[in-house]
Each structure stands twice: as C-alpha cells, then as structure tokens.
Design a protein around this ligand. Structure first.
Ligand code: 0O2
Length: 222
C-alpha cells in the first residue's frame, strides 16, 4: 500500500499549500480540517466482490478508485467550489471524475463533492500516477454523513423506513442551514477583503508573500 500512502501524503501536502495560499491572498482559511484514510483490506475485498471482480492486485488498481481517500471539511459551500477549482487548476493533478452531490444530493440525502484525481508520485524507479478519491463537504454535511454511516452500519444497510425519512428531513434542514451560514460567511469575507484593500499600503508578511506568489506564477507562465 506504499503507493497509496505516498499519494495521500502528496495530495494532503498540496491541499494544505493551496489552503495556505488562499489564506495569504484572502486573509481567511477555507479548510476546517482534513482527514485521510487507506481503505481496509476487508473493505477492498467487499467492494471488489460487490462489483463482481475477483480479488487480485490488478483488479484492485484498475477497478477501485478510492483505496486512497482524502476528506476536506470546509466552513461554507462556496469554499468547496473554490477548492475544486484550485485542484482543477493544479498543473500535474489530473481530474478523472467529478460528482456534485451538493447540486444534486443522493436519494439518501447525502451531500458532498467528489473528485477522483490522479497524482504523480516519485519513486527511485520512476513516477507513478496514483488515483485518490477526494470528498469535499461542509462540517454540517460531514456531521450528517457520519451519523447516517453509523446508522447504516447498525442496520446492515437496511435502515427502517421511519429513520431514513427522518434522515432525509435532517439533510434538508442541513442544506438550509449551510446556505444561510454561507451567506453570513460571504458577507464577513467581503468585509475582511475590504479591510485588507484599505490597508494595502502597509508592508507586512502577507504583502511580501503575495508578491512572491504572484512573481513566482509569472516565472512559471514564462
Ligand atoms: P467507504 O467505506 O466510506 O469508503 P463507487 O462504489 O465508489 O465506485 P459510487 O458509490 O457511485 O461508486 O461512488 P460515490 O457515489 O462517489 O460514493 C463513494 C463514497 O462516498 C462512499 O464510499 C462513501 O464514503 C460516500 N458515500 C456515498 N454515498 C453515501 C451515502 O449515501 N451516505 C454516506 N454516509 N456516505 C456516502 P464507499 O466505498 O461506499 O464507503
């Protein structure tokens, strides 16, 4: 699993750098926290069997996209789309698939943004492109998904009608809450950016970092 563990480290570092850059440019951090996980051998076997494939390393590499998984928890909905575009604009990250379960939640009520990407990992023998699943969601969406996951696990996926109806209701409430909180967040960020613009003559660390970021992007563009 070295290949997947290395890909996760690579991806986590890249996401943290993007988040730090966002912080320097906008004086605000879009990411609350990041979780990573490698799928357990038991879950790998279960998933391959469910998809009708024999359990072997060829099928594991070719048929499963989520052996390495990273979950990015954001404060507000617009942060999710900002992170998606930052990942899409990263020159050596290849986006293989996108699923927007925020615009179109799943039947269960599940909301999240999913990306399957491939990230280059350098080994002494050469570079390998490794698939990583990225799930990006708000704290409220994550709260819902983790409770629903526990409930599904308890009932071995056959959740009683009343509970799944209640979960769907909760997901609608979370959606309303997320949108209201995102609006409050957008207003706050606008005010922070105005404050920043008014103080633009003050040379501080952030001004120096901004200059470095924009001059290094000029160097890359050349
Ligand atoms: P685990 O144990 O969390 O990894 P795929 O089966 O991945 O090839 P699928 O199901 O179309 O194809 O992929 P999708 O919709 O992108 O979902 C992949 C992962 O999203 C799931 O992985 C879950 O982690 C999460 N997910 C999707 N739907 C739900 C849902 O209704 N509730 C919750 N709580 N999580 C969901 P795994 O492998 O199913 O599980």
């Amino acid at each position: 699993m070295l290949m997947y563990e290395s890909a996760l480290k690579e991806m986590e570092t890249r996401v943290k750098v993007l988040s730090d850059e966002f912080h320097v440019l906008h004086k605000y951090n879009p990411i609350e926290h990041i979780k990573t996980r490698i799928k357990s051998p038991e879950s790998i076997c279960k998933k391959l069997a469910k998809k009708g494939y024999e359990v072997n390393s060829k099928n594991l590499i070719e048929q499963l996209d989520d052996i390495a998984g990273i979950r990015i928890i954001c404060s507000f909905i617009p942060d999710i789309y900002n992170i998606v575009s930052m990942i899409e604009n990263s020159p050596d990250i290849n986006v293989l698939c996108k699923k927007d379960y925020i615009a179109s939640p799943k039947e269960s009520g599940y909301s999240s943004y999913h990306l399957i990407v491939s990230v280059p990992v350098n080994f002494s023998s050469g570079t390998v492109d490794v698939k990583v699943e990225i799930q990006i969601r708000t704290m409220a969406m994550d709260f819902w998904a983790s409770l629903e996951h526990k409930i599904k696990y308890k009932y071995s996926s056959v959740v009683p009608e009343g509970i799944s109806t209640e979960l769907k209701e909760c997901s609608k409430m979370i959606n309303v809450l997320d949108r209201r909180m995102s609006l409050l967040g957008s207003n706050l960020i606008e005010e922070l950016e105005q404050d920043l613009a008014q103080n633009k003559d003050i040379i501080d660390n952030s001004t120096i970092e901004k200059t470095l970021i924009s001059s290094s992007s000029c160097m890359i563009m050349k």
